[in-house]
Design a protein around this ligand. Structure first.
Ligand code: SF4
Length: 586
């Protein structure tokens, strides 16, 4: 079975902003925060909000509930009267109204004040429309959603404004606008198509997905109007199924379809789309393929692949430096990469949200993995001890650095001890710390055990090795951080994306391979770096890592998440394979 997930499936900008802000506000206080109505129509996210102390406020709770509390206005927006009630009864109001909804509110307010009749095409009971109505002159404002409702509009014509609910189906808007124009003979009618861009893109895409596939799965809350519209669009073309909870899949039989398209509403989080896609893949995969994928999953989830990648990378560095390969050093690096990643699997609390399969594997095999971590650390220490006291010191230092990277200082932020406070500020730099740790360990061990790495041309080759290892490590970490930034924020984890805008992080990471290559070219031109294919061939994994990074960041959701984890490590494998070619043929 082939699964295609829509590019625009999942959180739109407005929902993303509202959800992330709500979690951010919650992470800064232990007080309960209220949202005026459901923040989004997604039960999974609402459950997580509730457990983070963000509750839903409804009028039946009584306005006194808000006394001394902060209250959030959700992306749908509210009327000015409602806003006043919230301000009067709470300590603080945080307005997270989506900018597109805010735009409709302003248009309606302006035209209403200018004496226009306002016709809103949308669902009269939807919170967005209720809020917008508060900006209009009620006696001359009408909400229509069906053709029949047009008959109930006033018969006399006057200057009229027509706007749409942001999540309305484009086809319906066009049809009703035409009928309204017909009713009033096109007299003095101003049409503002206020369907938001995100909705339009999603609706166009679901159409294409339905045409390309045999059946379509629409993921989202049953109360979400934009999800309902997606479902209706898909259903008109191909068999379509609504999935609100994972258990909904139990009653859906997809066995007769070869190609499945997946689309999700604007309030569906990425990790839930990925979870549904993985479940379908798992359910409908043939037995032998299932066994292969289970083995592959285990190798990737248990980070055994990291041990191999670390060894291969060491092999490449030895080749660039023309040094005799030292198995002990390569093993130390492989074990280090393996064990530190495994520890991270246990300390990364966002995993529970972003990758449930991995989380379950770790919880089920706790003692096996704890033993493997302990054995790896013992092996690293004894192997490095044999290489000398300097190698041992560097290995112990790197292990401590790796453990520090994994320890969460989240609860130590308020500590009065100066050094702990400084350490807590390093949390967002964990990607840098782990990248530095592997780079220093690998290159440092080679430097300590091979005195001539700094001789003649090797200085530049050595610098190239340092920058190449750092580049591969950082690109890997950055790809993971960008992909899981949504779940990290929801889980309250801090990372680079908490402090650096994702666009800036992408730009920074994209420029790194260019710098590494420029340094290599400069070295060749100046005659410090050997111009022979055996040494210069490492430009291939550098360019490849850059291409892989650009591909991976463009797709936030994967139907096969293992493909993502496999791909981010391929530059390391490629470097190792190139070293192997040298070993065999040069
Ligand atoms: S669907 Fe559009 S209008 Fe609604 S919250 Fe998202 S971006 Fe804003």
């Amino acid at each position: 079975m082939r699964i295609e997930i829509g590019k625009f499936a999942g959180f739109c900008d407005g929902v993303k902003y509202a959800v992330e802000e709500a979690f951010l506000i919650a992470s800064k206080t232990s007080d309960t925060i209220y949202v005026d109505g459901k923040l989004i129509h997604n039960p999974q996210t609402l459950d997580m909000l509730e457990s983070s102390g963000v509750k839903t406020y409804t009028d039946d709770l009584g306005a006194s509930t808000l006394n001394g509390k902060s209250v959030i206005i959700r992306a749908h927006g509210v009327s000015p009267e409602r806003k006043k009630i919230l301000i009067d009864n709470s300590n603080k109001v945080v307005n997270l109204t989506c900018k597109y909804v805010g735009r409709i509110q302003s248009i309606v307010k302006k035209h209403s004040n200018d004496g226009y009749r306002v016709i809103i095409i949308g669902n009269a009971s939807h919170p967005e429309i209720i809020g917008i109505l508060g900006f209009a002159n009620k006696s001359d404002t009408f909400v229509v959603l069906k053709e029949e409702s047009i008959d109930c509009l006033p018969t006399t014509s006057k200057k009229t404004l027509i706007v749409a609910q942001t999540t309305l189906e484009q086809k319906l808007f066009t049809k009703l606008v035409a009928l309204i124009k017909e009713k009033y003979n096109e007299n003095d009618i101003t049409v503002k198509n206020t369907i938001c861009n995100a909705t339009e893109l999603r609706q166009n895409e679901v159409l294409e997905i339905a045409e390309r596939n045999d059946a379509v799965l629409i993921i989202g809350g049953k109360e979400s109007s934009n999800t309902k519209n997606l479902y209706n669009i898909a259903k008109a073309i191909k068999p379509a199924f609504y999935v609100e909870y994972k258990k909904d899949l139990d009653s859906i039989d997809l066995s007769k379809y070869k190609n499945i398209g997946i689309m999700a509403g604007a309030s569906t989080p990425d990790w839930f789309i990925e979870e549904v896609a993985s479940s379908i893949k798992e359910e409908y995969t043939k037995k032998y393929k299932k066994a292969i994928s289970k083995t592959l999953n285990f190798i990737l989830d248990s980070y055994l692949s990291h041990a191999i990648a670390g060894i291969l990378l060491s092999f490449a560095v030895y080749n660039i430096l023309s040094q005799k390969f030292n198995y002990s050093i390569a093993l130390i690096v492989g074990l280090y990469y393996f064990s530190m990643s495994l520890i991270n699997g246990y300390t990364n609390h966002a995993l529970k949200i972003s990758d449930k399969n991995k989380y379950t594997l770790y919880q089920k095999n706790k003692y096996v993995f704890y033993t493997l971590i302990a054995l790896s650390i013992i092996a690293m220490i004894s192997l490095s001890y044999k290489e000398g006291i300097d190698a041992l010191s560097l290995t112990v230092f790197s292990i401590l650095m790796g453990i520090a990277y994994n320890v969460s200082f989240k609860n130590l932020k308020d500590s009065k001890i100066k050094y702990i406070k400084i350490l807590s500020k390093l949390i967002p730099l964990k990607s840098l710390i782990i990248s530095f740790a592997v780079t220093i360990l690998l290159n440092g061990l080679i430097f300590l055990t091979n005195e001539d790495v700094l001789s003649e041309y090797r200085v530049l080759a050595f610098l190239f090795c340092i920058s190449m290892v750092f580049l591969f490590m950082f690109m890997r970490q950055a790809s993971i951080e960008i992909k899981s930034s949504q779940s990290d924020k929801i889980a309250g984890s801090t990372g680079l994306t908490t402090y650096i805008n994702i666009k800036h992080l992408i730009a920074l990471t994209s420029i790194m391979p260019v710098i590494v290559l420029m340094a290599m070219i400069l070295g060749i031109v100046k005659g410090y770096y050997p111009l022979n294919f055996d040494k210069t061939k490492y430009f291939i994994p550098v360019i490849y890592s850059s291409i892989i990074f650009q591909i991976l960041i463009r797709k936030p959701v994967y139907s096969n998440r293992y493909l993502f984890y496999l791909l981010i490590d391929t530059p390391l494998y490629l470097a190792g394979i190139l070293a192997l070619i040298s070993y065999l043929f040069y």
